[in-house]
Design a protein. Structure first.
Length: 375
């Protein structure tokens, strides 16, 4: 792919210089050279058609760290076309033994907290220290706003130009579960391509934090000093998922308020059960803008990795996450298989109507429908 180094990998071919101002829409086929079963003619406005890649091409390209192939492999994974599913899964199966070597860090916070500024600062510092950084996003609102995370031209500009960074916005369309599957698989592909730090960003909306927590080693909550009762406005449940809290924007006039917020959070954290065995979640101040405290945040994350690797908590969490992931997929596929059954489709409307009219107890209705699985 003739990608200019100044453009993020996910920029559409026809985006011209307006890089990062638009994002790849949900892909159903005919994109990025994926084999749609149709003649691979050039799509007007999308540049020349590219040669379809074989499974071997995908695997070898990703393992060689070829960014263009990596981008296409992710597009394949993100595809909603049934024809791509088997190929994507086979590519993943090949890459899986080469994944798992990165440190996976989740970053959440309300819009405006400074997540992308922090990711930019942290990412550039990590690159300077010799790391290769992939930034992925789970944005539950992206199907509405067409990618509010990472979709903005001004965000992470430095990082998006760095050869050692790879930025991929949230796949658009679909429900959180589907977006999460794609992000999780994208993470594995990035690891196979040699990225050793994966930053998964999400907006603080409640549900997506739990999803991101379930796929990362370390979870960072970014907050800003708000004054007053610092625990107001952010759900306690989200605080309970965090391995560290970064009180951002601790600069200028905000410095004192940020220090006060840090102290207040540390007092509150004292009473919470830490989310990771053998690790105490603490609050730290930083300024993503000036860079102050950002190196310390990374030092905390590295200390976490060392401690939990020693205690076994790190590996135990990864195993538990893999198991949980299997069960999530099973649940998803069982539901889909159930609702797809012609007998269920045929019977459901009448049974639903019976339940709504108060004529049929819901429990009996559910049993009646589930019995159709045996048929
Ligand atoms: P996000 O929505 O959480 O990704 O937040 P952004 O990174 O887009 O930042 C929101 C606004 O806060 C932007 O105008 C940033 O320039 C600003 N900002 C981010 N970090 C800091 C910081 O450490 N100090 C100050 N003063 N402003 C910041």
């Amino acid at each position: 792919m003739p990608t200019s180094p100044r453009k993020p990998d996910w920029t559409p071919d026809d985006a011209g210089d307006a890089f990062a101002s638009r994002i790849v829409s949900g892909v159903a086929g005919g994109h990025d050279g994926l084999d749609t079963g149709q003649h691979a003619a050039a799509t007007p406005g999308r540049g020349p058609a590219r040669r379809p890649l074989s499974i071997d091409d995908y695997a070898a390209g990703v393992l060689a760290g070829d960014r263009a192939v990596l981008a296409r492999a992710i597009t394949l994974i993100e595809s909603n076309a049934p024809a791509h599913f088997e190929t994507a899964q086979e590519v993943l199966r090949r890459l899986l033994p080469h994944s798992g070597n990165a440190l996976r860090v989740g970053i959440t916070g309300v819009p405006g907290a400074g997540k992308s500024t922090l990711i930019e600062a942290l990412g550039l510092a990590l690159i300077a220290a010799g790391h290769r950084v992939a930034v992925l996003a789970i944005d539950p609102t992206s199907s509405l706003t067409r990618g509010s995370i990472l979709g903005d031209k001004t965000r992470m500009e430095g990082l998006s130009r760095a050869a050692e960074a790879f930025i991929r916005p949230s796949p658009t369309g679909g429900v959180l579960g589907g977006v999460a599957r794609k992000t999780r698989e994208t993470m594995l592909v990035c690891e196979a391509a040699g990225f050793d730090v994966i930053l998964v960003e999400t907006v603080g909306t409640g549900q997506s934090e739990v999803t991101v927590r379930s796929m990362v080693d370390f979870f960072l909550l970014v907050l800003i000093p708000g004054g007053g009762d610092e625990l107001q406005g952010i759900k306690k449940g989200v605080v309970e998922l965090a391995d560290a809290i970064a009180i951002n924007k601790a600069d200028g006039d905000n410095r004192i308020r940020a220090e006060a917020a840090r102290a207040e959070y540390n007092r509150a954290l004292h009473y919470l059960t830490p989310v990771t065995d053998g690790w105490h979640t603490r609050a730290y101040t930083c300024s993503a803008e000036t860079g102050e405290g950002v190196a310390n945040l990374w030092a905390v994350i590295e200390r976490f990795r060392e401690r939990t690797a020693e205690s076994g908590a790190f590996a135990a969490r990864r195993r538990a996450q893999a198991r949980e992931w299997l069960h999530t997929l099973l649940d998803e596929q069982l539901r889909a298989a159930f609702y797809d059954r012609p007998a269920v489709r045929a019977a459901l409307p009448a049974i639903e109507a019976g339940v709504m009219a108060g004529e049929l107890p819901a429990t009996a209705a559910a049993r009646q429908l589930l019995a159709l699985l045996d048929g």
